[in-house]
Write a protein that binds this ligand. Structure first.
Ligand SMILES: Cc1cc2nc3c(=O)[nH]c(=O)nc-3n(C[C@H](O)[C@H](O)[C@H](O)COP(=O)(O)O)c2cc1C
Length: 183
């Protein structure tokens, strides 16, 4: 699958990094976009520089690279995931701003009727956050809150992260064994 993965400046960059690693291991072509705030949170939460992810994706772009392939529908990406997705990026998508490579690529996915999954992370939510989620939903995007379950009896942070990442893979139609399914 040819896929865009964006990491924005919300808490939980570990979701994006884990998703990237799983997609790479499964042989998918991942084009990674990291916003400026995403780079800050990557450093703060995981003590990582974005360059450390170079070996695990097809290419890495900055948010200012408006001429990169994700900004065009003709590049024919099959899906885009934003994990984690900040309330700022959500608001930009909900209002069609296309003001950086992440929000332009998301706008393209929606106009081309391709899959867009936003792994939003904020709590509690104000009215604008909720309305923006509804707008993205109504435009055809999928809002997947970074909200792990506990029925699979997680024992580690990795178990919690794997649950959310596994839900993203389910939506992408990619087989995985990241969590024990309810049966
Ligand atoms: C350590 C840290 C954690 C943050 N966590 C969140 C968060 O969980 N959700 C959110 O919407 N914004 C969060 N922010 C604020 C965003 O980074 C900020 O709104 C930024 O402008 C988002 O830009 P971007 O969407 O272009 O990445 C956090 C900022 C920092 C420094």
């Amino acid at each position: 699958m040819k896929i865009i993965l964006a990491i924005t400046g919300a808490s939980g960059v570990i979701y994006g990094v884990k998703l990237l690693r799983v997609l790479h291991r499964l042989g998918h072509e991942v084009h990674l976009v990291v916003t400026k705030a995403g780079r800050l949170v990557l450093k703060h939460e995981l003590n990582m520089e974005v360059g450390e992810l170079r070996g695990e994706c097809f290419n890495i772009y900055g948010e200012e690279e408006m001429d990169a392939p994700p900004s065009s529908g003709s590049a024919r990406f099959e899906a885009m995931v934003i994990a984690p997705c900040s309330m700022k990026t959500l608001a930009s998508i909900a209002n069609g701003l296309s003001n950086n490579l992440v929000t332009r690529a998301a706008d393209v996915m929606l106009k081309e009727r391709r899959k867009l999954i936003v792994v939003v992370r904020e709590t509690p939510l104000n009215r604008v956050h909720i309305l923006n989620m509804l707008r993205v939903n109504d435009m055809g995007g999928i809002v997947l809150p970074a909200c792990p379950a506990f029925y699979h009896k997680p024992k580690s942070i990795d178990d919690l992260v794997n649950y959310v990442v596994g839900k993203v893979l389910d939506l992408l139609g990619i087989e995985h064994d990241l969590f024990q399914r309810w049966s």
